[in-house]
Design a protein around this ligand. Structure first.
Ligand code: ATP
Ligand code: LTN
Length: 328
């Protein structure tokens, strides 16, 4: 069987340049490695309070972003998580094989719940990794491209697969997380020690920002003391982050990027970064608008859900039989 590649993005807010560089930009390249399943993790978006209209709009945007990033719907299966009921069914089974102790150790849960009043933390936020593991195993995915922050969830899925297969035989496929070497963690422009995140919008570049705003944000990005354009995350987190953005978009190495700016001032460097980001975003935004206006994403998502359901229901039946449910 060819390798299956699967990943999802939550429609929880405006996508950032971090999402784009960390994941979106490179997804189309995966089609040469195996069969790709990409989805909109709308059930996961419900794990924190969200306005229904906002969620609907974000889901449509995300579908358009996937397509604008160059995904060919004839080569990849693109779908909404909530449109494939096997996700919820697999979740109901798998929640019995992941334990409270391990779920409470997840960094994402700790980070997100720390900001909340304990009485308002939903069970779904705690059980987030169960649904994510279900997403992955349903497609027998062996490769899961994610940003840095999601690695721990994929590792937990690996533990689950080991545990389940040990008990029931060789039923589930072992996944592995795959992070980009450079660009897996784009940092905030206003605080380069924090991840650029769509749910924490200060100083972040959104894929729908107009070009003038993008340029302004980059020109006013926090930089570091000194004047040399050098990659040094510890002492120059701001400059290192801009170098990473530049290198990823130009598809060159960090060393090559450093060389280009030898002897240049911070101001010139920032202008070059802004030029590259704006050029990429201009093209991307044009494609996004065309796709959105044509509404082509509706049929793509319907076809995708059909194809995804075939594969997912197959795995679900295998799992049902293994645990003793009557899959008649
Ligand atoms: P939230 O802040 O709401 O948790 P998020 O931006 O981290 O959202 P997701 O929708 O869950 O977002 O992320 C989609 C993908 O983008 C994930 O694989 C995630 O790891 C990756 N990603 C998110 N932020 C960054 C970043 N700053 N740099 C690189 N990759 C990122
Ligand atoms: N948790 C991920 C989104 C996500 C996902 C998945 C990624 C949901 N299910 C399955 C990979 C595989 C996130 O926050 N980015």
């Amino acid at each position: 069987m060819a390798e299956r590649i699967l990943t999802g993005i939550k429609p929880t807010g405006q996508l950032t340049l971090g999402n784009y560089i960390g994941v979106l930009k490179n997804l189309h390249k995966e089609t040469s490695r195996g069969e790709c399943f990409y989805f909109i993790a709308d059930l996961h978006a419900l794990t924190l309070p969200i306005d229904p209209d906002y969620l609907r709009g974000n889901s449509i945007d995300l579908a358009c972003f996937y397509l604008a990033a160059g995904l060919d719907p004839n080569k990849v299966t693109l779908f909404l998580q909530s449109a494939v009921s096997a996700h919820a069914e697999m979740n109901a089974i798998m929640q019995n094989y992941l334990y409270m102790g391990e779920l409470s150790r997840m960094t994402q849960f700790k980070d997100k719940s720390a900001k909340m009043n304990e009485s308002a933390i939903g069970l779904g936020l705690f059980a987030y990794p169960v649904l994510m593991a279900s997403d992955i195993i349903l497609y027998d995915a062996s490769i899961v491209p994610v940003g840095d922050d999601q690695k721990q969830h994929v590792e937990l899925t690996r533990d689950l697969v080991n545990r389940f297969n040990h008990r029931y035989g060789d039923i589930l496929t072992m996944p592995r997380p795959e992070m980009r070497k450079v660009g897996a963690r784009i940092m905030s422009l206003s605080d380069p020690t924090k991840k650029m995140s769509k749910s924490d919008p200060k100083g972040d570049i959104f894929l729908k920002d107009d070009l003038a705003t993008i340029r302004k944000k980059i020109m006013s990005a926090v930089t570091d003391s000194g004047s040399e354009v050098k990659y040094d995350v510890e002492n120059k987190p701001g400059i290192s982050n801009l170098l990473t953005i530049y290198a990823c978009l130009k598809e060159i190495s960090i060393e090559e990027a450093e060389k280009e700016f030898e002897g240049k001032r911070y101001g010139d460097f920032k202008k070059a970064v802004a030029d590259v980001v704006c050029a990429e975003m201009e093209m991307f935004q044009k494609k996004y608008q065309e796709i959105k206006d044509s509404k082509i994403y509706e049929q793509v998502l319907r076809d995708g859900a059909k194809r995804a359901s075939e594969v997912a229901n197959n795995t679900l039946n295998r799992v049902k039989k293994a645990v003793g449910l009557l899959a008649l």
